[in-house]
Design a protein around this ligand. Sequence first.
Ligand code: BES
Ligand code: MN
Ligand code: ZN
Length: 499
Amino acid sequence: MSTVTLTTTAPASVKADAIVVGVYSVDDGVTFAPGPKDVSAVTKNLPATLKPLGVSGKVGDVTKLPSTGKVKAPVVVLAGMGPAGGDNDVDLESLRRAAGAAARSLAGCASVAFALPSSSAEQVRAVAEGALLGGYAYDRYLAKKHEPIGEYVVISDTARSRGTQDAVRHAEAVAAAVNFARDLVNMPPNDLYPETFAEAVQARSKSTKVTISVTDDKTLAAKGYGGILGVGKGSNRPPRLVKLGYSPRRAVAHLALVGKGITFDSGGLSIKTGNGMMTMKCDMAGAAAVCAATFAIADLGLPIRVSAYACLAENMPSGHASRPGDVLTMYGGKTVEILNTDAEGRLVLADGITTASEEKPDLIVDVATLTGACVVALGHHTSGVFTNDDDLHVEIPRAAERAGEQMWAMPIPEEMKEKVRTTKIADLSQHNPEPYGGASFAAAFLREFVGDGLRWAHLDIAGPAFNDSSPSGYTPKGGTGAAVRTLVQLAVDRAGRDR
Ligand code: BES
Ligand code: MN
Ligand code: ZN
């Protein structure tokens, strides 16, 4: 991955292929955002009015101009940051998006300098994170490779402070994790299946403090993993359960993460339409997120023990596939009647949640592209947060917001407890008897597998996990790495750190 360097050099004197400055939108046009000392030398000779150039100052808006006067960088990039706040009141998400959109438009530059607002470590972190995320591209299957930005130079008057330097290291670890999750999601499902997902995680763990153990289909069968096996048995690609462990000395909390890892969701015998399965390589985004977050938490050396489980299977129709009407005996012994083989995520997660519960962690968080119903409710930019703990209902959306993600508290209404018991022939029904409240029903089903007295939250990322429309800000087309930053933020919070 490309590097971020910090400097206190005056913006006009920084050697780079392009220099990025911020612009705010105001009533009658735009105004320059604050930046490092002497940033005005970069902008002072630009045209007095930028209106004819179409510069709007909207977040994500990017305009490139030849530099003028004694500016070393030949190109000035104006990055829109939205309406102005107060001087020290720069919206961090606008900053991330501005840096990201600029980076996205500057592929192939050997070096890009950022002279955006950077008066605090948090602002510098936002610039670095946005830039590294925006600079991402997936080119594994292209003959003509994407040319990444070689060096990101962040100009800040605080560049010499330890806090600012730590902030940049933090941004690098988080962005590397998000981009790792994006790579996994983007990888085509003919090449990424349970076995190769496990291999990718194993490869990533080399020279980290994360241990990996992979349970194969034979051992899963011997141990009674009916959920994961029931979903995976229609496929020629056998399922896997991958456990990642990070156990720092002096851990102050134990976090368990469980991710839905359906490497392709055809729906199984309850088959999806052609259009409906178009983006279903993204159905392992939850597993990718929990693995990526574990690596970031370990890279940052946070004093949080993490046990993460990637529940991996491919959901395919075949003569071996599970049928509507089948009864599965899940890991731990509960029985479940399958009513719709397309509601497969909850089955693999149930086995993962039961397994995670055995260690009695302080908190279990599962992450899943679980329901279309959650996309209907919250759209493509907001994940649903379901939990058995009132504090988490507040804590998780807040952590998400600080991390630059949107999550919203969703209910598990009381009546769902009965609805998951509608069946007469097994302990639990897998599928909602009515077409309403599908995301809450799924959460109520998962809750049945959480060990007694344990705190649990379920993040339904079906909307944000995959961007099927145009890129924007630091978000590329395809896999987005949704939930990675929020999971890391939760670990940072639990460690009592600022960062
Ligand atoms: N993987 C899908 C959910 C999904 C939908 C993820 C759209 C990302 C974007 C899940 O396995 C699924 O098929 N859910 C069904 C559940 C239903 C059969 C109860 C759905 O949402 O239609
Ligand atoms: Mn499905
Ligand atoms: Zn699915």
